[in-house]
Design a protein around this ligand. Structure first.
Ligand SMILES: Cc1cc2nc3c(=O)[nH]c(=O)nc-3n(C[C@H](O)[C@H](O)[C@H](O)COP(=O)(O)OP(=O)(O)OC[C@H]3O[C@@H](n4cnc5c(N)ncnc54)[C@H](O)[C@@H]3O)c2cc1C
Length: 271
């Protein structure tokens, strides 16, 4: 199906993008377009104006912070994360997970910011950011604010980013003294996740974020040992969706198995 008629703007600065978003009630930011253009084609969304962020180089930078963390611009693509020397040295799990998403076309266009702003419970990055303790910088007419992953993800397709705001940057704290893992069961080899888990382990404790089992990532903490991790997942009393891909009971089972796998992967030091 062809797209419905839509106005198009390509601002050259974040300020201009914010002005355009404020000026048009039906305006929507366009990042990689890997989801937005598909839902527009399906008529599930019909923005009046697309504000294309493609020229905002300032949103595509990946920089190492003085404290050892990473600042990743919202428009950094999955391929940028995979190719980044800063990511490879500061938090390689970002590249490992980016490389698991879909195919090369999606990875060349899809952006970290788009992935998070979509807040699709089956996406790879929301649990990874929640486990890593990332913070998101949101810019609006009134200036910038920084929110935690807990405050950012509000529900299915709902985040703390208002219609006239932009996610500009994701800050991932230093990985010094931590180990990281990610495990998923997907629909087919490179498909959407049925369940996933991201783990950050430090000082013998694991922070595990579970994806696909609720509207937003579910974060649990435990001693980084198999029995304790399973108990922590059980303690979260998950009530995941029951759909054509997996029953709720099977997703609960996967959440336990994948949480343990993610912690084990962290110990094996693969990322
Ligand atoms: C075939 C296929 C398979 C896929 N498989 C997976 C998968 O397995 N795992 C996975 O995680 N993802 C998957 N995706 C989704 C893909 O990762 C999308 O790229 C991503 O979810 C959205 O990113 P985008 O940059 O394309 O954003 P867009 O589609 O351009 O935008 C998505 C939404 O976010 C908003 N937005 C984007 N950037 C900003 C910003 N900076 N500030 C405010 N709002 C913003 C847009 O207005 C829109 O509402 C798949 C996509 C396709 C087409």
């Amino acid at each position: 199906m062809l797209l419905a008629e839509v106005e198009y703007a390509r601002p050259s600065s974040v300020d201009e993008a914010l002005r355009l978003l404020s000026a048009h009630e039906g305006a929507r930011a366009l990042a990689g377009g890997q989801t937005l253009t598909n839902v527009m084609k399906a008529r599930a969304a019909s923005p009046e104006v697309l504000i294309d962020l493609a020229d905002l180089d300032e949103l595509r930078r990946i920089t190492r912070r003085g404290d050892g963390g990473l600042d990743v611009g919202a428009m950094a693509t999955y391929s940028d994360l995979i190719a980044s020397v800063e990511v490879a040295s500061a938090r390689p799990i970002l590249a490992v997970v980016a490389a698991q998403i879909a195919d090369v076309q999606v990875r060349n266009r899809g952006t970290l910011g788009g992935n998070l702003c979509l807040s699709d419970p089956t996406n790879h990055f929301p649990p990874l950011m929640a486990a890593a303790g990332a913070t998101m910088t949101i810019a609006g007419a009134g200036g910038e604010r920084v929110v935690t992953a807990d405050e950012f993800f509000l529900g299915v397709y709902m985040t703390a980013v208002a219609p006239d705001e932009l996610l500009t940057k994701v800050t991932i704290p230093s990985a010094e003294g931590t180990a990281n893992g990610f495990a998923a069961v997907t629909i087919g080899r490179d498909g959407t996740c049925i369940a996933n888990a991201a783990a950050t382990v430090s000082d013998g404790r694991a922070r595990v974020a579970l994806g696909c089992v609720a509207a937003v990532p579910v974060v649990v903490g435990a001693v980084a040992e198999e029995g304790a991790v399973v108990d922590a997942v059980r303690g979260a009393a998950l009530e995941p969706p029951d759909d054509v891909h997996a029953s709720a009971a099977y997703r609960c089972h996967l959440a336990e198995v994948l949480a343990v796998r993610a912690v084990r992967q962290a110990f094996e030091g693969r990322s």
